[in-house]
Design a protein around this ligand. Structure first.
Ligand code: KG4
Ligand code: ZN
Length: 379
């Protein structure tokens, strides 16, 4: 697998992922009845992204224009600013995705877009773009669930990965443990009762003065700290053993920091970051491995922004090895928001003949595994 990645001066990522044996692998995966090339669009939060994906697993182009620098001064994503920036960047990203792939709209079989969950104003920009392209070209429109996109990121670099498998989805808004029963079919085994894992990273990072975006900053600080310095609580939920709860852990860290301040003690932020990260990662890995054993599933994937966390990737790899479970993880650039993952998910919808009309709307709270009901209810 070969990832070609360039970061331009303005921070926009241009990339493609090529595999020498692509043709043979595609036949195995796709059933081999002709190439399907999808233009995919993602704008659910603070990344404007467009990609061209062939047969669900070959990334011809993947353009990501991140707004992180813009939101950093506010300490988090400002929805109104995000929407405006998406409007500014969207056409450029789509043009760049097509030109990087060496294609025009004529070569595209369908246009796919994230329509939920996410920030409504941000989602609407991508949805409007995709609908306009679909209307102008007559090509089919495919609405994609953002979390299904994250899960499908695993297909891009792991040609052999096929359902059923277990997937731990950990992002800024979600912490889900799901059985991927088939393409587009999910059984939720566990989910967060309060804060998502990424949200906990972001809040703790702010509290220890690392700022936004919290996850990558805690990841980096933890490398310089001692994970045994403090013992933070790891919540267990009595009646749902695979559910997560991170708000107690977050409060414990905040209390610890406040107490230390009042007593005039200096806490090493690197130690706090490392100890907090250890508590989160151990819960995530513990739940995922136990669920694999109980459901007798031998393949485990991780997805979402937090899946790029170094400690999570390392501990999951180690535990999967010890338990004889095959472990799959996307490259970090495919864990955080991107459109290639949306193109991967859309391919399997396209193969099933799913159709979305030009009345497709943004659904900010779209539940996982409930796409059609919500889409049709919204009509
Ligand atoms: O999937 P994503 O890009 O957007 C959502 O769909 O939410 O996830 C963003 C989340 C943020 O909370 C961010 O702090 C977290 O993923 N994140 C990380 C890391 N990189 C991003 N968390 C822990 N370690 C990281 N290296
Ligand atoms: Zn995401």
């Amino acid at each position: 697998m070969e990832i070609n990645k360039n970061v331009e001066d303005d921070g926009v990522i241009f990339m493609s992922i090529k595999d020498k044996n692509e043709k043979e692998d595609e036949k195995n995966v796709a059933g081999g009845d002709g190439d399907v090339t999808i233009l995919a669009i993602e704008s659910s939060c603070d990344e404007t992204a467009a990609a061209v994906v062939r047969n669900g697993r070959e990334v011809l182009s993947n353009i990501i224009s991140s707004q992180i620098a813009l939101h950093t001064i506010y300490g988090g994503v400002v929805p109104e600013i995000a929407s405006r920036k998406h409007v500014e960047k969207m056409n450029g990203c789509v043009r760049a995705a097509l030109s990087e792939a060496g294609l025009t709209l004529d070569d595209i079989d369908a246009v796919a877009v994230t329509y939920g969950p996410g920030l409504v104003g941000a989602l609407l920009v991508g949805v409007s773009e995709a609908k306009a392209i679909s209307f102008a070209t007559g090509k089919p429109l495919i609405g994609v669930h953002h979390i299904e996109g994250h899960i499908s990121a695993n297909f891009i670099e792991n040609k052999e990965l096929k359902p059923p498998f277990m997937c731990l989805v950990v992002s800024g808004g979600h912490s889900h443990l799901v059985v991927v029963k088939d393409y587009g079919e999910y059984e939720i085994v566990g989910q967060t009762r309060d804060d998502a894992a990424g949200e906990a990273f972001d809040k703790v990072a702010r509290a220890i003065g690392l700022g936004y975006p919290g996850g990558p900053k805690i990841d980096a600080a933890a490398k310089k700290g001692n994970p045994e310095a403090f013992t933070f609580p790891q919540a267990k939920i009595a009646d749902a053993e695979y559910d997560f709860s991170f708000s107690g852990l977050k409060s414990a860290v905040l209390n610890y920091i406040n107490q230390a301040k009042m007593q005039g003690q200096e806490l090493d932020p690197n130690d706090v970051a490392a100890s907090f990260q250890k508590a989160v990662v151990e819960v995530l890995v513990g739940h995922a491995i136990r669920a694999c054993k109980e459901y007798k599933i031998n393949s485990l994937a991780i997805a979402g922004g937090v899946a790029s966390n170094t400690a999570l990737r390392e501990l999951m790899e180690k535990e999967c090895k010890a338990e004889g479970i095959s472990f799959y993880k996307p490259s970090p650039v495919l864990c955080t928001d991107n459109a290639a993952m949306i193109g991967a998910a859309a391919y399997y919808e396209y193969k099933k003949g799913k159709k979305f009309g030009l009345d497709l709307n943004a659904v900010p709270n779209l539940p996982l595994g409930d796409r059609e009901r919500r889409y049709h209810a919204g009509r």
